[in-house]
Design a protein around this ligand. Sequence first.
Ligand code: ZN
Length: 164
Amino acid sequence: MTIAKNRVATIHYVLKNDAGEVLEDSHDGDPMEYLHGLEELVTGLEKALEGRKAGDTFSVTVPPAEGFGDYDEDLVESVPLDEFDSEEPVTAGMEFSFEDDEGEIHNVVVKAIEGDEALVDENHPLAGQTLHYAVEVLSVREATAEEIEHGHVHDAHGHHHDHD
Ligand code: ZN
């Protein structure tokens, strides 16, 4: 069976950046199981997985446009420190989620503190990076009707996890 829309694939992968540093390695834990065709994975990786079958191994280089997007300077902005809901002093490297006036959730990381403002960055940590994946396909199966309806994978024990 090949990987296609509404099938569940289980894969192991190693993700490296241009410098050859390992950013993620699924071998550190359980392999990743995902429902294909719903853009659960970055576009470039899903495209490369389409049509593969159990036992296939391959490498794919994914440019930022098909990965986590280009780095957008407009997503870096200054926020007054007194707007942070934090018990501790705000310092560089801290991550925050906040909801805007339209109810949209924004995840940001603090890049620097400048006076009484924090410079925050809403870009994905891997934005602007070329991604190098080495992938091994372990198994492919049809998704259940319930998984397709929910738009995500349920585990082998029929365990029903929390939903968003
Ligand atoms: Zn579900």
